[in-house]
Design a binder for this molecule. Structure first.
Ligand SMILES: [Fe+2]
Length: 219
């Protein structure tokens, strides 16, 4: 007898719980409530996204080495290194987060499907690093090709996020001195911009292009 009463009791509790759950689902659908994932629009998935978007998906921990291209990436290996400097042009700038992205060996911002936010537009060849105590950075990647059928030199876009400064900013692109598309028009287009000309002399060391670029940042 007691068992039957207990069974009836639990059956009643179950019916009440199911009823409450149904009411909640029904109510949500009526009011247009959606899941968190559905309601969050990714504002960084835009070619003209705010510059802060470039830093949203960086790894939690960064060293001074930015590895952009994996071993299997087609193209010539390239390593560019240097020092970020304060506006006096002498004092190293430590702890600056450095972001860069560039085209592949065919001149496209190609994707591998793992990109998030604005990197869906910047392509898979992107990375971050943080300058060390001496302001040093090193970018390990492949040498980018220029856009197909275009007059713009091959380039690496770069932006910095400086500790204590309210907003990140772009610096002049990395370009390469042996590129025939670096002409007066190009030099004129970057005049007065932060980062200088960005023109890097690349020298082939075995199979790797190597270059140096020191960069003076804004005050
Ligand atoms: Fe570009």
């Amino acid at each position: 007898m007691a068992n039957r009463i207990m069974t009836r009791f639990f059956q009643a509790v179950l019916v009440v719980m199911l009823f409450i759950a149904c009411v909640q689902v029904s109510s949500n659908s009526k009011t247009g409530m959606t899941s968190k994932a559905e309601s969050e629009k990714d504002d960084c998935n835009d070619p003209d996204a705010d510059i802060n978007c470039s830093f949203v998906h960086m790894p939690a921990s960064l060293s001074s080495i930015m590895n952009i291209a994996g071993k299997e990436e087609p193209g010539d290996k390239m390593i560019v290194s240097g020092t970020l400097l304060k506006s006096d042009g002498k004092t190293p700038y430590p702890d600056v987060i450095f972001y860069a992205y560039h085209t592949d060996s065919k001149g496209y911002y190609s994707k591998n499907g793992k990109e998030k936010g604005v990197q869906k537009w910047h392509g898979h060849l992107h990375g971050w690093c943080k300058t060390d105590r001496n302001g040093r950075y090193e970018i390990r990647t492949i040498r980018p090709a220029p856009y197909p059928n275009n007059k713009i030199p091959a380039h690496v876009h770069a932006a910095v996020k400086v500790p204590g400064k309210p907003s990140p900013y772009y610096i002049t692109d990395f370009v390469f001195s042996d590129d025939p598309m670096i002409n007066e028009q190009y030099r004129e287009s970057i005049k007065g911009k932060t980062g200088g000309t960005g023109i890097v002399d690349l020298v082939k060391d075995g199979s790797v292009w190597k270059g140096k670029r020191d960069i003076i940042l804004e005050p």
